[in-house]
Design a binder for this molecule. Structure first.
Ligand code: 13P
Ligand code: SF4
Length: 355
């Protein structure tokens, strides 16, 4: 299973809850968490943003569910006073970089990302210094410090477009995801070098098992995230960000789709394309157990409630660092193609099953 031994390095940009804060053991087990979260949402003028890899309960109560780019845009444009980020730490950092005057909280301070951890800022600074004639293109799955060393940030939904539109006078240094980088290189033909990072979830899909699954379902197209290695991508009928994959499964005439990304997204697929069958791509043991992001899974409804109540863990970024990280992020927003669809808005109502 992905990340059985995973751990994460918590940067100094996130302040954990202090000793005075309420903790999980203080929670009344009979508390109606949905009602309490709703109360705090109104009281604190909070917006709850969630990534498609979050637990279905969290996706259902969020005000907005989206991919990294949709969520960044939402965070940059919200009127809320508090942004509750149900995703991983780099996403909450992006929200704070783009909306510095808002309170930004995330349910679990340990909700990191293997790509962020693979790229320590000091080592990355040395790598960049060794290649002064390159454009530094950094995937959004990285720390604020690494972003601050970059020329432009990309997400999986705009990486190809942005790299294509960079002037051709210099080669590209792409970090930290070598699989996304290699995919962008194949698409654009640009000269590129890569940081050696991978996503522990998408790296575990097995080509051998995928081929077997395809043989059993010859009419099922494969929709894959570009964080997958080429052994998976070469069998894919569609490659794109989480939102692009969702758009694909709803528009394809196919009744069954093989999904090569984190499996919590299947919750949205079932809502958007009821009646279709979604088969998670398998890992080496032939099951889909590898497709859970252990970082995303740290966020729970209880921790979400506590983060709103305690206003912690909270993102606090030194202004000089924030200003440096803002430049390549804003360049990304300026260079991105306009949104064709924008994630899923206006949730926040209690589902029948939880009533
Ligand atoms: P998206 O930008 O496609 O939502 O991907 C984020 C991510 O972490 C994928 O593993
Ligand atoms: Fe990071 Fe992979 Fe989890 Fe996405 S799925 S947050 S890239 S570890």
């Amino acid at each position: 299973m992905a990340g059985e031994n995973f751990s994460t390095i918590v940067p100094d940009t996130v302040i954990p809850a202090g000793p005075e804060a309420l903790s999980l053991s203080d929670l009344d087990p009979d508390l109606d968490l949905w009602a309490e979260i709703d109360r705090l949402r109104k009281e604190k003028n909070a917006v709850i943003l969630a990534h498609y890899y979050q637990d279905p309960e969290i996706q259902d109560l969020a005000d907005f569910v989206g991919d990294s780019l949709d969520l960044s845009r939402k965070a940059a444009n919200t009127d809320a006073d508090m942004i509750v980020f149900c995703g991983v730490r780099f996403m909450a950092e992006v929200a704070k970089i783009l909306s510095p005057n808002k309170t930004v909280v995330l349910p679990d301070v340990e909700a990191g990302c293997s790509l962020e951890d693979s790229c320590p800022p000091d080592k990355f600074a040395e790598f960049v210094a060794r290649h002064p004639d390159h454009y530094v293109v950094t995937y959004i799955n990285s720390s604020a410090r690494v972003k601050a060393l970059s020329d432009v940030i990309v997400t999986s939904s705009n990486a190809e477009h942005i790299v294509r539109n960079l002037p051709e006078d210099k080669p590209v240094l792409f970090a930290p995801d070598k699989h996304l980088g290699a995919y962008v290189q194949r698409q654009t033909g640009r000269e590129m070098i890569f940081w050696d990072g991978t996503c522990i979830v998408h790296d575990l899909f097995s080509e051998r098992e995928l081929v077997k699954l395809k043989a059993r379902h010859p009419d099922a197209p494969v929709a894959a995230h570009p964080e997958c290695h080429d052994g998976i991508l070469k069998h894919a009928d569609h490659i794109g960000s989480t939102r692009a994959i969702l758009d694909f499964v709803t528009t394809t005439p196919a009744e069954t789709v093989i999904v090569a990304t984190e499996q919590h997204i299947i919750h949205q697929m079932r809502k958007d394309a009821p009646g279709k069958t979604f088969l998670p791509a398998p890992g080496a043991d032939g099951t889909c157990n590898c497709a859970n992001c252990p970082y995303m899974e740290l966020n729970t409804l209880e921790k979400l409630y506590l983060s709103m109540l305690n206003e912690a863990p909270a993102v606090e970024i030194d202004e000089a660092l924030r200003a440096e990280a803002w430049k390549p992020l804003q360049r990304m927003l300026d260079m991105s193609p306009p949104a064709t669809s924008q994630g899923k808005g206006a949730k926040g109502s209690k589902p029948k099953a939880a009533a």
